[in-house]
Design a protein. Structure first.
Ligand code: SF4
Length: 379
């Protein structure tokens, strides 16, 4: 199993909280998309012929792709990779792009799953975030996507926003749950450096939600999702039974994936690499036949720690017997020692399976970093 990610680095406008790589300058669009096609040819052996169980168009805003552009990308994918018959093929889309015509066009393409950036059903949140869509477009596209026949649908919501009360969040979430989607994701708003939101907060124009607000709204999220039949299978992800996302799971299970496009990351089990986060530099490098990527060889420590970081975020947690097989008994012994310093009510260890409790899920990344094994501590 392997995944292919294509980064489409264009957006109509910059959302205030976003630190992904994108450009609102569309003039290089054709050159960037040509470069993506060229990079696929150069990277066709990266996955050693493993067939693709998932393809993911992320960004940026892939729903800006025209029919011709999407076809050109699919044609290159087919030329260089083998897509499994039942592969999950996701395209991230923004509500303002999803009119009936575009939805029908996407439905007739090879895309079989849409990930829709709803973020909120409240006009004041959309305005604060500088989203390009309006509330009614969010409502319309969810209804229309189902009507044209998409059964694999997921949507994103953001909680712990400035001025968002618990009642606002419950109302927002409740509205999404009424669409009865097979899958959705919910993220706490984080104030990332170098974003407009960061500046607003620094200038005192926006007061971010407190840790206590975030914690309460996360608990409300889990309770409501579970009561409506969703599994909380990863910290930010919820699925109806049998509807978990294939592509993201490959990241969490440390399966190989190839990322194409500016800023895209790749992983092959032994090394990680990431492309330059600059459209002009990306195009220029490929024009000279070079891959604009930085490669990092992963030590056993890196791989072990990465598995802790991603595995602890999942409902299944981490299989310590498998870790021992992969990394040796000394690593797992050291992990057991580190666990002694963790709060008892943050984790469970049953049948060699390490999982986080509800309290632990509030601190998943912090817990993982407390359990990391560093080379100079290892004996
Ligand atoms: S549409 Fe998505 S990628 Fe583009 S700026 Fe907004 S959040 Fe970032």
């Amino acid at each position: 199993m392997a995944g292919l990610y294509l980064h489409i680095p264009f957006c109509k406008q910059a959302c205030h909280y976003c630190d992904f790589h994108f450009s609102t300058q569309l003039k290089q669009r054709e050159a960037v998309l040509d470069a993506l096609v060229q990079e696929m040819a150069m990277q066709k052996h990266y996955l050693h012929g493993t067939s693709l169980s998932s393809v993911y168009f992320g960004g940026g805003t892939p729903s800006l792709l025209s029919e011709k552009e999407l076809e050109a990308l699919f044609s290159a994918i087919h030329q260089h990779f083998d897509i499994e018959k039942d592969a999950e093929i996701t395209l991230e889309a923004n509500p303002d792009d999803l009119d009936l015509y575009t939805l029908n066009r996407l439905y007739d393409s090879e895309v079989n799953r849409l990930s829709i950036g709803i973020q909120s059903f409240r006009a004041e949140d959309l305005s604060l975030m500088n989203r390009a869509h309006e509330v009614q477009q969010a409502r319309d596209c969810l209804r229309l996507a189902k009507e044209v026949g998409f059964t694999l649908l997921t949507a994103d919501l953001i909680y712990a926003m400035p001025n968002m009360t618990d009642a606002d969040w419950v109302q927002n979430l409740d509205e999404l749950l009424q669409y009865d989607l097979p899958h959705f994701s919910a993220y706490a708003l984080t104030v990332e450096a170098k974003t407009a939101l960061h500046k607003f907060v620094k200038d005192g124009k926006v007061l971010p939600a407190s840790d206590a607000d975030q914690k309460r709204q996360f608990d409300l999220l889990i309770d409501m999702a579970i009561s409506r039949g969703y599994e909380h299978y990863e910290i930010s992800n919820f699925a109806k039974p049998g509807q978990r996302a294939v592509h993201n799971a490959s990241y969490w299970k440390a399966e190989p994936y190839l990322g194409i496009g500016p800023s895209a990351h790749s992983f092959n089990g032994h090394s990680r690499q990431w492309n330059v986060s600059n459209n002009a530099k990306y195009v220029q490098a490929l024009a000279q036949g070079a891959l604009p990527a930085t490669v990092e060889l992963l030590t056993s420590f890196d791989q072990f720690n990465e598995q802790l970081l991603t595995g602890l975020r999942t409902a299944e947690g981490i299989d310590l017997a498998r870790l021992e097989q992969q990394f040796g008994a000394a690593f797992v012994t050291q992990l057991h020692t580190a666990l002694l310093d963790l709060k008892d009510d943050w984790y469970q260890l049953r049948n060699n399976q390490l999982t986080l409790t509800r309290s632990g899920k509030h601190f998943a990344d912090l817990i993982a970093s407390d359990l990391f094994i560093l080379a100079d501590e290892h004996n």
